[in-house]
Design a protein around this ligand. Structure first.
Ligand code: ATP
Length: 319
């Protein structure tokens, strides 16, 4: 069975194709700005403008036509409503035109499952760190969220700080680059039980920037502090659940320093650290296609969007 999928929940408009064994295409076009952040209507306009082009690229990459596709899946949520609507409408139109079955899937479940598919991890603690989400997750009878960011997610915290100091969007990669030349300055470390809170750190880092502390030092310290907080709660989840694997996923998993810190912690605990490969770390269509394939037996009649759909509400019948 060949699945074609549409991802549009945030900055990325992606089309992925999966044939049940391998990923045949993972085409995408990413919204970016030099200044400012992600304005939902601007992101939706971007997706409208690139959707046909990305579809053509994906089919070309897979050497297929729409006739070869058996199932279409799309990101039903969570995400930015205007952006989700563009993807849903596009998927619905394709399904109608080519008479294909359609399924809406959960974007976060897709991040987790593609992580398992790519790394071979079996039953890990998932450390999911993207732009909009930061969660420590484990699968029991459903996905269970063990801990999460109380205010803003780690990716958004990086993007926010980057915006404050004029680095543009997305901020994470630029912060990682500057951090290489930085040294440590103290920032608030905020772990509350199994949850983490990044808003105070961004406020403090911005204040210090305005007082003249070097960008490089603040980027380095922001990374060290945020990652240490996340590793602390992950370590506790590992101990509590008696798991032997941790899987780092989401766009922030692209950060080398983060995966390095995770590996050190796992080594000390006799656990194995996995990091999702870069191509599948951020948002992309391949993970939505893979998730559609996992759920291929499900029937769906209503094709809504669900901007606030949490991963712990997903029925994981395919597990
Ligand atoms: P979600 O998947 O929850 O909808 P999203 O679509 O914004 O959120 P992703 O595409 O998974 O998220 O990740 C994007 C985030 O990853 C951005 O916040 C970006 O700054 C961050 N990011 C990307 N590369 C790096 C890096 N090298 N270091 C740190 N953060 C990074």
């Amino acid at each position: 069975m060949i699945v074609l999928a549409v991802e549009s929940s945030a900055h990325t408009f992606g089309i992925g194709i999966f044939d049940g064994k391998k990923i045949l295409a993972n085409a995408r076009d990413i919204f970016s700005t030099e200044q400012g952040g992600m304005i939902p209507n601007e992101v939706a306009k971007h997706h409208m403008a690139v959707k046909e082009k990305v579809l053509v690229e994906a089919l070309k990459e897979a050497k297929l036509t729409m006739k070869d596709i058996d199932l279409i899946s799309y990101t039903q949520g969570p995400g930015l409503a205007p952006a989700l609507l563009v993807g849903r409408d596009f998927a619905l139109a394709l399904a109608k035109e080519y008479k294909k079955k359609l399924l809406g899937v959960n974007h976060i479940a897709a991040h987790l499952e593609i992580g398992l598919f790519c790394t071979g991890a079996k039953d890990p603690i998932f450390l999911f760190c993207s732009g909009a989400n930061t969660q420590v997750i484990v699968h029991e009878d459903k996905y269970r969220v063990f801990g999460e960011a109380l205010s803003i997610a780690v990716g958004n915290a990086f993007d926010k700080f980057a915006r404050e100091i004029g680095l543009g969007f997305p901020g994470g990669p630029k912060i990682e680059e500057l951090a290489k030349k930085g040294k440590y300055v103290a920032l608030p470390y905020s772990v509350k039980g199994m949850d983490v809170d990044f808003s105070g750190i961004v406020t403090r880092a911005t204040q210090l920037y305005k007082k003249g502390i070097a960008k490089e030092d603040l980027c380095f310290s922001l990374q060290e502090t945020c990652f240490a907080m996340l590793i602390e709660v992950t370590e506790r989840a590992l101990a509590h659940c008696e798991k032997k694997e941790v899987l780092l996923i989401g766009g922030v998993a692209a950060n080398k320093r983060f995966s390095e810190m995770l590996e050190v912690m796992c080594k000390q605990r006799g656990a194995k650290a996995f990091t999702v490969p870069l191509e599948y770390a951020g948002d992309q269509g391949a993970m939505i296609a893979y998730q559609g394939w996992l759920e291929k037996k499900r029937e769906q009649k209503e094709f809504d969007i669900n901007p606030k759909w949490r991963v712990d509400e997903v029925e994981t019948f395919w597990k």
